[in-house]
Design a binder for this molecule. Structure first.
Ligand code: SME
Length: 157
C-alpha cells in the first residue's frame, strides 16, 4: 500500500485520475468499510484542500457521522433533511452552488459556501453518503460528480 499521497500537478481531471488510482490501491486490500472511508476522506481532503470531507452512514433510518476531515460536524441527519438527507431520500448526487440558496441546508459550519453529496450504494441499498463542503461558491461540477461517484462505488463494493 502506498503510504504517501501523491497529488498531481495540473487540472481537476488530472488530480482525480491520480487520486482515483491511489484510492483503488489503498482500498483493494481492505474490506472494512469504515477503515476505507477514513483513508478516502483524508485522501480527497488533502488532494483538493476542501473545507470538510466525510461520510454519513445510514444507521437505523438516520444518517450518522462517520469518518471525516475538517471541523466538528453535526452527528445525525434525518432522511430528507439538508443536502445529505435529500441526496439519500432522492437517491441521487446533489450539487449545491450556494448553500444559502438550498432550502433546508444544514449549516454545520458558517464557512461552508458550496457542497456536493454523493450516495453510496451497496447492492440495492444506500448505505452512506459522501459529503464535501467548500468554503468558496460553486466549487463542484460534473467532473467532481463523475469521479466522486466512481469513488463511491469503490466504497460500496
Ligand atoms: N450541510 C450538510 C450537513 C453536513 S455538514 O455540511 C458536514 C447538509 O445540509 O446536509
Amino acid at each position: 500500500m502506498a503510504e504517501t499521497l501523491i497529488i498531481a500537478e495540473g487540472d481537476k481531471q488530472q488530480k482525480y485520475e491520480l487520486l482515483y488510482r491511489q484510492i483503488e490501491a489503498v482500498v483493494s486490500g481492505e474490506k472494512d468499510t469504515i477503515a476505507n472511508m477514513a483513508n478516502i476522506a483524508t485522501m480527497i481532503h488533502s488532494t483538493f484542500g476542501f473545507w470538510w470531507t466525510g461520510f454519513y452512514r445510514v444507521i437505523d433510518n438516520e444518517l450518522v457521522l462517520g469518518p471525516f476531515q475538517g471541523p466538528v460536524a453535526c452527528t445525525r441527519i434525518e432522511r430528507g433533511k439538508g443536502v445529505c438527507g435529500t441526496s439519500w431520500s432522492e437517491q441521487r448526487t446533489i450539487i449545491v452552488d450556494d448553500v444559502d440558496a438550498f432550502p433546508g441546508h444544514i449549516a454545520c459550519s458558517s464557512e461552508s459556501r458550496s457542497e456536493i453529496v454523493v450516495p453510496i450504494w451497496r447492492n440495492e441499498n444506500i448505505i452512506a453518503v459522501l459529503d464535501i463542503d467548500s468554503s468558496t461558491l460553486a466549487t463542484f461540477d460534473s467532473t467532481d460528480q463523475e469521479w466522486l461517484e466512481r469513488i463511491a462505488r469503490l466504497v460500496g463494493r
